[in-house]
Design a protein around this ligand. Structure first.
Ligand SMILES: *Cc1c(COP(=O)(O)O)cnc(C)c1O
Length: 379
């Protein structure tokens, strides 16, 4: 654990991560490769720790969203291929060459920029082209992709390793648009085949696509959230045995007896109409818990205790009237399991009308990360 004396922390169970990776490998067709997406500190789990386990389980490459993160991977001694999603500035391209990162070139001008840099240092740079098949974010529109792909494939100093696209909606029940995007991407792949442009690595699936659209698997899938034991949505296919890797815990630091007429928290959002007993927890929205008012629950002694009043930046109060044995120092679970109950990330996401990804990446860095079962043992 990083130096911290706080009685509030994020627990990351690396044996569960390994368990999830083995379940994924069993679920996955043997010939299908995977890219491990560890952007935004592996969704708050710690990029380097998760990346090392992913490589141990056969990830062909890692993917991040910033050059800074890619450099952090290199500085931790990881020499595996690293894809950097998105568009790069010219300064960033120089770093990509220096650190041997794999970037995306989606237009001819960018291809020329990277080619010049590569040729000047006598290096061959691996690149992928992103085809925008309907997300309207990065990449070249599918109707205009072929000339760019052919141009990149023909440039000295660049090696066209892959072409990819990205789904706008792959984890909902309605797959209409995902199938339309797949059709557009397949059209580009067919045009490439006709022009005899070959690449090793064709990829369009994230976790939602991997789980629900086997016909879209192609050569590689890009997997971020799945090995963390969290599903992108409530409706996509499940892999039995997968369990969340991350929990958020704290300890009771104070107990107060409320009398009739007492209020709790900023904004006076809770009024005791009968005597209540509440516990004070030293964790708040400044740690990434949603800003709530009389909403949300925590686990304490294996039971649910509701949050009362509005939570603060650094604290929240929960009603423990029905948990008489609760005392200062007791462990409290905000996200994760205790006893037979679980508060999962989707439940917390529901408090702010958001998604699991937002909650996972939202646990702030001031919460120390405690890694469990860090040694390399497979269970
Ligand atoms: C984040 C991301 C992924 C991974 O998505 P998951 O749903 O976490 O598997 C894949 N591809 C791209 C381009 C991404 O930005």
């Amino acid at each position: 654990m990083n130096a911290s004396y706080r009685p509030a922390w994020v627990e990351i169970d690396l044996s569960r991560l390994r368990q999830n990776f083995s379940l994924f490998l069993k679920d996955k067709p043997a010939a299908l490769g995977f890219i491990s997406v560890v952007k935004d500190q592996a969704y708050g789990h710690g990029m380097v720790q998760i990346a090392k386990v992913a490589l141990e389980f056969g990830a062909k490459s890692l993917a991040v969203a910033t050059v800074d993160a890619a450099i952090e991977l290199r500085q931790s001694g990881i020499s595996a291929p690293v894809l950097v999603f998105g568009e790069r500035t010219t300064e960033e391209l120089e770093l990509c060459v220096a650190q041997n990162l794999t970037c995306f070139v989606n237009d001819m001008a960018q291809a020329d920029n990277l080619k010049k840099l590569a040729v000047s240092v006598g290096q061959k740079m691996p690149v992928h082209v992103e085809v925008d098949s309907g997300l309207s974010r990065y990449g070249v529109r599918w109707t205009e992709a072929l000339p760019v792909i052919e141009y990149v494939a023909g440039l000295e100093g660049l090696v066209l390793e892959g072409v990819m696209s990205h789904f706008a909606m792959s984890d909902e029940l309605d797959k209409t648009f995902a199938l339309e995007q797949l059709k557009r991407f397949n059209l580009v792949l067919a045009q490439m085949a006709e022009r005899q442009v070959r690449v090793k690595c064709r990829h369009i699936c994230n976790t939602g696509g991997y789980l629900d659209l086997p016909q879209a698997h192609l050569d590689f899938v890009r997997i971020g959230i799945l090995p963390l034991g969290v599903y992108p949505s409530q409706v996509c296919r499940r892999i039995p045995g997968l369990e969340p890797v991350l929990s958020v815990k704290t300890r009771i630091v104070g107990i107060r007896e409320l009398q009739v007429g007492d209020y709790v928290g900023y904004g006076m959002r809770y009024l005791a109409t009968e005597p209540r007993r509440i516990a004070v927890l030293p964790i708040g929205y400044g740690d990434g818990y949603p800003r709530v008012r009389n909403q949300g629950e925590v686990l304490l002694a294996g039971k649910r205790a509701p949050i009362v009043g509005g939570n603060a930046m650094d604290a929240m109060m929960v009603d423990i009237s029905n948990i008489p044995q609760a005392k200062v120092g007791d462990e409290v679970v905000l996200q994760g399991c205790q006893g037979d109950d679980e508060i999962d990330v989707h439940e917390i996401a529901g408090l702010k009308g958001s998604v699991s990804y937002d909650i996972l990446t939202g646990w702030r860095s001031r919460l120390p990360r405690l890694y469990l079962n860090a040694e390399n043992v497979r269970s």
